[in-house]
Design a protein around this ligand. Sequence first.
Ligand code: WQD
Length: 343
Amino acid sequence: MADTIVVTGAAGYIGSHTLIELLKEGKYTVLAIDNYSNSKAETYNRVRQITGKEFETANIDLCNYEALLKSTAHLDKIAGIIHFAAYKSVPESVAKPLLYYHNNLETLTNVLRLCEEKAIRRFIFSSSCSVYGNTSDLPVTETTPVQKAESPYAHTKQIGEDIVNAFALANSGFNAVLLRYFNPVGAHPTGLIGELPQNRPNNLVPIITQTAVGKNQLTVFGNDYSTRDGSCIRDYIHVCDIADAHTRALDYLAEEKNNMPVSLFNLGTGHGVSVLEAIRAFEKVSGASLPYHIGPRRAGDVEAIYADNRLARTELDWTPQYTIDDMMRTAWKWQQTIEKESA
Ligand code: WQD
């Protein structure tokens, strides 16, 4: 029996795409954990449909340590944990800070407690470019100083990284990779899974695709920034490229290539794309013009941020494959799947 990888938040957006890559590789058996607070169990059936592979699932709240321990009691060799489970809405975290601090930190400390109890030595943590805050030092590298978090969500990612570092210091033999995602967008090329906002999305790309089907109205939050076209610049990265980086990070730890107990990588394309450029890319791939209007700037938005991704390219042997056109094309295909299924 192959060793097991535990994936928390496995039914979520990035979790489900990573599940597909793990199952396709076939190196491990997988226990997929999710409480469906921001996802649907149906996503697992799509993963089975895409991969033709089976995997174990557990519907538990990671804030309940006893439930977590019980769900893994039968697993005698857990080769590693990929920890996605967390709330991730920036505006919601501003409105409900205690919900975010409690959930995002309690789930993390419980998963690390499990690592201690079951001598799990490989851990991958879902972090975010939002830990950099408002920096003018571009492109950001992994050594770019972390600024004051712009939201409780971003703060939970900063604290989460510190907790993993402290845990590694106290537990020799424990190795971790922190992956700082830039802006994950797009969907699986099959159009069977993608980002599934449980209520009104806040992120640009799902708002673009919902606007294209008449379910939303896109406002561009400011076109008076000091950028090439006045709109904010971000490093949009396809969710499948993000997923690929996770299996490579597992290999990196399994082959003991890490020279520090905790390694840190930026996951971005290295290219900045403005909001207006993203809209034009969508119009190009969808063949339709997108209605939008220019509104005031959104509080908390940074003018521009994009990654220096050389460390992930060299250390993880990772190369992003998808272009902004691919991101928009797959996001659009997924939105059309949603429309077909809800008709
Ligand atoms: C992108 C750009 C908006 C909506 C967030 C999180 C970050 C990470 C990625 C998890 C900005 C503009 C947006 C709209 C717009 N998530 N926009 N109209 O804020 O860069 O990052 O997602 O790790 O932690 O903060 O993403 O998609 O909300 O915004 O003009 O209706 O699109 O101003 O410039 P953001 P976003």
